[in-house]
Design a protein around this ligand. Sequence first.
Ligand SMILES: [Zn+2]
Ligand SMILES: [Zn+2]
Length: 169
Amino acid sequence: MPIAADTSFFDSSSWAVARNLSLFLVVVFWLATAYWVYKDARRRIEDPWLVVMAVLLGLVPPFIGPIIYLFFRPSEYIDERRERALEMRAIEERLAERDLRCPVCRGRVESSYLVCPVCTTQLKRACGECSAPLEPIWQACPYCATAVPPIAVSGDAPLPPLRSRRKAG
Ligand SMILES: [Zn+2]
Ligand SMILES: [Zn+2]
C-alpha cells in the first residue's frame, strides 16, 4: 500500500498538538475552578472537614461540582457571622444595662448611680479618692487604683433616708 500523501488533518501531528493543548487548558480550568471552591469555602465554612468535602465536590464531577457548591454554600462569610454575633452581644449588653433596677423599689437605675434616686437605697459605694461608683466585689478602684476598704455594712442594706441623716458635730 502506498503511503497516503494527503494524510487527513486528524492524523497529523498538528492535530495531536491541538488536542493536547486543549486537554491541558481543560485540566488547568478544572483545577482553577476547584481552587476557587477551596478559597471560597475557607472564607465561609469553619469546619475543616466540610472544607475538604467542598473541595472534593469542586473536583468531582468536574465543572458541575463547583456549580453544585454554589447552590449549597453558606450565604455569609465567617467574618460577617462573627461581626454580627459581636453586634448582637453589644445590643444585649446595652439592653441589660437599660434594665437595671433598684432592688428595693424596682425603680430604674443606671450603673453609675450610687443611690437609688427614688428610695435613696445605697446601690454602690463611692471611691474615697475619686468618687467613682464601685461594684461591691471590687477590691480596688479601677479609675484611680485606690484600694477599697473592706465593707463594714452589707452593700444591700438600705441607708436611712437622706433628710433624716444628721452630720456629726
Ligand atoms: Zn429604689
Ligand atoms: Zn477611685
